[in-house]
Design a protein around this ligand. Structure first.
Ligand code: NIG
Ligand code: FE
Length: 417
């Protein structure tokens, strides 16, 4: 087995035990080791320590050595909420929004999600795979080592299967960890606008059995929102997914509060995502329920839609576990750059850099069921690592937002960039 040694690492960031998600105050604790080495054997992190403990043995150690003088080493980002399998782009709606239309108005007139649905119907599976692969490569170079990808732009048996099969192809070909989420309940197709029950029946009776049979999804998700799926409709769909072993995720409280948070608690969602609009009442409901899932915040979507940012500090003060994800999609967040997401979280939601990095690594990993193998620098976890360029400190990463501060990326023990 090929071993590799990273030496003279200025700071090894996030050497926490990483055995469970971090809640509330715990998130401010980001264990780091200065002037360190790290040993990779095969795909795994085999050990790490201070350079002092290694110096005299260094010339005799086998394997490839990489000098990381002045550089930081971090676990790769775990992006637990994306829609990167999409066709086309929606910059004309971006301009409509500049001119004054809201995201909800654009969706209501048949644009938005339904605009992308039409493009998914028109594109071939091969082409959809090709453009999605390019996006995956792009985010990998930006430091993402594990990613969740949702369907939800097919909104028919054929369209949803097309997307989920492309996600499966990505899983097979990529060395990144990929989790797949069925989001048939992303919007009502135009023909079902007046007949919600018929579309829900199609999801439950036609889509889910095939998806389960072909093992195409790890999770099920709904867009629980005014004008989309209400809490009762969401519950029917999520319960149907649970019967096939798909744990729920939810898009909830993005534009309004409709009671969806209670559905997430009741069905023990692994994560509730967005949470831009969080009245104290909803925070109390979660707190009193004892729900231990992850609150996944998507600051790039709030930024892009010029919306209020989620009340991250209040959520942390309430003791919740927060993850950060990109939401990469053509409508509300056309970027998968987790470095910018982390900067936005610090700048706009007042997360400390320590909290933001924990949210984008270990808590993101747990939001997609990968916490035991990813998200921290721990012996036995996979060697998915970011080596930064020469930077003065860990805090410099979100501070110097927009700069490319990544020098190299290692995925499963191999340099990919
Ligand atoms: O997470 N909110 C719903 N879904 C996506 C946006 C999808 C789109 O506009 O294409 C989101 O923001
Ligand atoms: Fe989303």
């Amino acid at each position: 087995m090929q071993s590799q040694l990273l030496i003279n690492i200025k700071q090894l960031v996030n050497t926490g035990s990483g055995i469970r998600p971090l809640y509330g105050k715990e998130m401010a604790d980001l264990p780091c080791l200065e002037n360190a080495w790290l040993l990779i054997e095969g795909e795994e992190i085999a050990g790490f320590g201070k350079m002092d403990s290694l110096k005299k043995d260094l010339p005799n150690l086998p394997g490839v050595k990489t000098d990381c003088n002045g550089k930081l080493v971090l676990p790769c980002w775990c992006d637990s909420h994306t829609h990167i399998v999409f066709a086309g782009s929606r910059e004309s709606e971006f301009v409509d929004k500049i001119r004054g239309l809201s995201y909800a108005e654009i969706n209501a007139r048949g644009g938005g999600i339904l605009n992308t649905v039409q493009k998914i119907n028109e594109i071939s599976s091969d082409e959809l795979f090709r453009i999605s692969w390019k996006r995956l490569e792009e985010v990998a170079r930006l430091g993402t080592g594990a990613i969740e990808i949702k369907s939800g732009y097919g909104l028919s048996l054929e369209g949803e299967l097309k997307m989920l099969r492309v996600i499966r192809q990505l899983k097979e070909k990529s060395s990144l960890h990929i989790k797949s989420t069925f989001l048939g309940a992303h919007a009502y197709p135009l023909i079902y606008r007046e007949n919600h029950a018929a579309y829900i029946k199609e999801i439950v009776d036609e889509m889910l059995p095939v998806i389960a049979k072909e093992k195409l999804a790890d999770y099920i998700d709904v867009f629980c929102e005014k004008g989309f799926f209400n809490p009762e409709e969401s519950e029917i769909i999520l319960r149907a997914g649970l019967r096939y072993g798909l744990q729920p995720k939810m898009h909830v409280n993005q534009l309004n509060t409709t009671g969806g948070v209670e559905t997430g608690i009741k069905l023990n969602a692994i994560s509730m995502d967005h949470l831009e609009i969080m009245p104290d009442e909803d925070i109390s409901k979660i707190k009193n329920s004892g729900w231990k899932g992850i609150c996944t915040l998507l600051p790039a979507a709030a930024f892009f839609l010029r919306m209020e940012f989620p009340p991250a500090r209040k959520l942390l003060d309430s003791g919740f576990a927060i993850a950060l994800a990109s939401d990469y999609n053509p409508g509300s967040a056309p970027s998968g750059n987790m470095n910018i997401v982390i900067a936005l979280a610090c700048i706009q939601m007042k997360l400390l850099p320590e909290e933001a990095i924990n949210a984008a690594t270990i808590n993101g990993a747990f939001a997609m069921g990968l916490g035991n193998s990813l998200g921290t620098i721990s012996r036995g976890k996979l060697a998915n690592l970011i080596i930064t360029s020469e930077v003065p400190s860990m805090e410099y990463l979100p501070y110097s937002f927009g700069s490319n501060l990544i020098d190299k990326i290692i995925i499963r023990g191999k340099f990919i960039a």
